[in-house]
Design a protein around this ligand. Structure first.
Ligand SMILES: C[S@@+](CC[C@H](N)C(=O)[O-])C[C@H]1O[C@@H](n2cnc3c(N)ncnc32)[C@H](O)[C@@H]1O
Length: 352
């Protein structure tokens, strides 16, 4: 099974790479270990002294990146990121891209390195793909840095869709019309910078009303539910399969003074209960295949006339995704594209 199938997580690494938003496949066996339903407390977010890290980097043909990610998904590597390490790095040659994972320096050893190279060397035989012959990994020591906090050096407040996303130390004054959203990026997806999050925030800002009940499917750090609460929603329910994300959501809701109106759950759509219905709005920033397979479920959770904000869908999958939304009875009113990401907004018609 592909690593993305196992985890379906798009997010920020909590180790090196955490300062940039990357497409990330987390490695389930290396999570916090918290069982579903056992939400780690906010206190667990506190960090100890930063470890040094080794980056394991493989330059691979573009069509095989997920397979390479799977190869790198071995203990004690922490997360897998795609693409070059920073915009300042050299771009990969055409047709190739980097797959990178990170291991604490203390656990980087000759056995691990040999195992990575052995797994890469097997790929050509196991797939029959000649272009995978000769793949090898580079092991690059990273400078010791507190990656959980180093984003602070470059993190700047920004505006999106009438939200001013600011951090605790921000001393400036947002525009009078802006809704202030206090956010410090952590180990869960949702800094507000990703085009899919921005797209959903725009819909939330335009459609969420005072008194709304809003569902946030794949809440990550809870940014969409918290944004809805800041727009006046009286109750939000966010859920995520990544148990490590929920403490960040709790913190975000607390920091923005809306914790009493936000409920978080660990799990997928199956964690919704019979009573979780009649929502005024549903947000879902998830991969297109999940949107397609859960479109009917989302429609069922909305009240007639309720709104939806759906993103995380690549524009090349638009036709099949929109067909699934239509089949579920969801009426599309807007489709906005940023980069390769589509955001869809619309309603469940009142006569549905
Ligand atoms: C792209 S992030 C969106 C985070 C945040 N809502 C935002 O808009 O920035 C997708 C989130 O969905 C979660 N996720 C993936 N598959 C899921 C599923 N089947 N059920 C619930 N959450 C899921 C991931 O763990 C990740 O936190």
């Amino acid at each position: 099974m592909r690593i993305v199938d196992r985890v379906r997580a798009l997010g920020l690494a909590s180790g090196p790479g955490a300062e940039r938003e990357v497409l990330l496949a987390r490695i389930p066996s290396l999570r916090t270990g918290a069982a579903v339903g056992a939400v780690p407390t906010v206190a667990r977010l506190e960090r100890t002294a930063p470890p040094a890290w080794t980056e394991i980097r493989v330059l691979a043909p573009e069509g095989w990146l997920e397979l390479i990610a799977d190869v790198l998904a071995l203990s004690p590597c922490t997360s897998v990121a795609f693409g070059r390490p920073s915009l300042a790095s050299d771009a990969p040659p055409p047709g190739l891209d980097y797959v990178r994972t990170f291991v604490p320096e203390a656990r980087d050893n000759p056995e691990l390195r040999a195992e990575v190279q052995r797994r890469l060397a097997e790929l050509c035989e196991s797939t029959g793909a000649e272009e995978l012959r000769g793949l090898s990994a580079k092991f690059l020591p990273l400078p010791p840095e507190d990656y959980a906090n180093s984003w602070k050096k470059t993190w700047r407040p920004f505006r999106v869709a009438g939200f001013a996303i600011v951090h605790h130390d921000y001393a400036g004054r947002p525009r009078a019309t802006d809704q202030r959203l206090l956010l410090e990026p952590g180990g869960a997806f949702g800094t507000g910078r990703h085009p899919s999050t921005r797209g959903c925030l725009r819909v939330v800002r335009e459609r969420a009303r005072s008194g709304d009940r809003v569902l946030d499917a794949g809440c990550g750090n809870g940014i969409l539910a918290v944004a809805a609460a800041l727009c006046g929603a009286e109750a939000t329910l966010g859920f995520d399969i990544d148990s490590a994300a929920i403490p960040y959501a709790e913190t975000l809701a607390h920091d923005n003074g809306v914790a009493k109106r936000c409920v978080w759950r660990v799990g997928g759509f199956e964690c919704l209960e019979v009573a979780d219905t009649g929502f005024d709005g549903v947000c879902a920033n998830l991969f297109a295949d999940l949107i397609q397979s859960h479109a009917a479920e989302m429609a069922r959770r909305l009240r007639p006339g309720g709104w939806f904000a759906i993103s995380g869908c690549r524009s090349d999958l638009r036709v099949s995704t929109l067909a699934a939304l239509a089949a579920a009875g969801l009426q599309l009113q807007e489709c906005r594209t940023r980069g390769r990401w589509d955001t869809y907004a619309g309603i469940l018609p009142a006569d549905c």
